[in-house]
Design a protein around this ligand. Structure first.
Ligand code: SDX
Length: 430
């Protein structure tokens, strides 16, 4: 990882003090002001709710240009990877920094297959959940419990083995969570299949019936996992880094990231989009009504799958997924009215001043649920699919944070607005 390049200082005048603060520039010419000296020199802090203008780290993993709709993993455009690569290869690229040779990729895949089983005792955790348990909560809890079976890793080799275990087992944990929710027997991993193919096999195979993995569904799922694999310092990735910055182990850090992703403003949006489209369909397809609701500041209704903190242009992932949605549904012979509603909603919104002015475009979640539905994946498992894809990115970011000598435990400051000092007096009988 190249360090950011020092530039001329920025001059900041705060109350009666003038400060020279260092400027640094990244390899894509992004510039940051280093404010480490600000509070020690002036007692003043910065305030940036949601950290919209605040960098937490230097990173060499993923680059996003929100203005131009660019997304690259380790320099490779997402469009190329989605079309030509595989999820295992992209996971390797994100985590280890370079594309693997054929032998390295085969070894990586062999390790993933070797570690895909869960300890038989872990099945007891699933037994304790009611069928209605939110799959993301089950995922997060079971991932955290991996620390009970695999000791905290101290050497690089131990850490790498836990990385392999986590990627391999998350596939199985996700499928087991689904099987538990529908009361079907677990289907164990099978080493003949690819990562995506084995997920479909564990999700949909049932005893006494032949299940043939559809190569179209496998390729489509593999592509969706690639498109979700990393996205620089988003909410869940920042959570993984924050938890890891305290020295917490990989499993605990990822478990926290899964919970952060579950929120409807983040990864939970793909499920919320389908629920929104179903609501519109059930309400006589009154799209205009919902566009107006989304614009009404007094209503808490939002167009789920629209808008993004960073993309002020099309989310390049949404562009690929929208195209794939049409192709996959055509090839599967699925005619989903929700796809028509989504397209019409997008068309109306992108011609409406409210959305144009705020530069709100479809994001990665707007069309992904349409494809998951066509694949037979239930709505409450959509965000689990997002987590499966995002895992290599979380791991890569966690590793980079651990290895970065500049890493300090995350501990933001605040501006206190509560009561000033007051004397304590006993009010009632104690
Ligand atoms: C993901 O960060 C990442 O990289 C995340 C992600 C990843 O890969 O990790 O890309 C994955 O989380 C994608 C986003 C999924 N979430 C949704 O689709 C939920 C709907 N979108 C929004 O809630 C919102 O757009 C966010 C949360 C995505 C971004 O929120 P911001 O950047 O804090 O923007 P904001 O809430 O300050 O909105 C700015 C304005 C506001 O209006 P005004 O106050 O200026 O009048 O735009 C409006 C908002 O009301 N607005 C919307 C809207 N999104 C923003 N109005 C209607 N519908 C929407 N979807």
């Amino acid at each position: 990882m190249d360090n950011a390049t020092p530039m001329d200082n920025a001059t900041l005048t705060v109350q009666d003090q003038t400060l020279e603060l260092p400027l640094t520039k990244g390899t894509e010419n992004e510039v940051a002001i280093g404010i480490k000296a600000l509070r020690p020199s002036t007692g003043v802090i910065t305030m940036d709710p949601g950290f919209a203008n605040t960098g937490s780290c230097e990173s060499a993993i993923t680059f996003i240009d929100g203005e131009k709709g660019i997304l690259r993993y380790r320099g490779y455009p997402i469009e190329d990877l989605a079309e030509k690569s595989t999820f295992s290869e992209v996971a390797y690229l994100l985590i280890y920094g370079e594309l693997p040779t054929a032998d390295e990729l085969e070894s990586f895949r062999r390790q993933l297959r070797r570690h895909s089983l869960l300890h038989e005792d872990m099945k007891k955790f699933f037994e304790g959940y009611p069928p209605s348990a939110p799959p993301m909560s089950v995922l997060s809890t079971i991932v955290a419990s991996l620390a009970a079976y695999y000791p905290v890793a101290n050497t690089d080799d131990d850490v790498n083995l836990n990385i392999i275990r986590l990627i391999a087992k998350l596939n199985t944990i996700a499928a087991f969570a689904y099987k538990k929710s529908v009361g079907q027997p677990y289907v164990y991993p099978c080493n003949d299949h690819s990562y995506a193919g084995d997920f479909l096999h564990m999700m949909f195979a049932v005893p006494a019936e032949r299940y043939d993995i559809d190569p179209l569904l496998t390729k489509t799922l593999d592509m969706l996992l690639i498109l979700h694999a990393d996205h620089e310092q988003n909410c869940s990735t920042s959570t993984v880094r924050m938890v890891g910055s305290s020295g917490a182990d990989l499993f605990s850090s990822i478990s926290a990231g899964i919970q952060a992703l579950s929120g409807p403003l983040h990864g939970g949006a793909n499920q919320a989009v389908i629920e929104m489209l179903e609501q519109i369909e059930n309400d006589g397809r009154n799209i205009a009504k919902y566009v107006e609701l989304a614009k009404d500041r007094d209503s808490d209704f939002r167009l789920m799958g629209f808008g993004h903190r960073v993309y002020k242009n099309f989310d390049p992932r949404a562009r690929v997924i929208k195209q794939k949605a049409s192709e996959v549904l055509d090839q599967l012979g699925v005619d989903d009215p929700l796809l028509d509603i989504a397209r019409e909603l997008e068309r109306i919104a992108l011609e409406d001043e409210f959305f144009v002015e705020r530069r709100l475009y479809p994001n990665v979640d707007f069309y992904s649920g349409i494809i998951y539905r066509a694949m037979g994946i239930p709505t409450n498992m959509f965000t689990v699919m997002f987590a499966l894809g995002r895992l290599p990115g979380w791991i890569a970011q966690w590793l980079e944070m651990k290895k970065d000598p500049a890493t300090r435990i995350y501990r933001p400051r605040q501006i206190y607005t509560g009561s000033t000092e007051r004397a304590y007096e006993v009010i009632g009988e104690r």
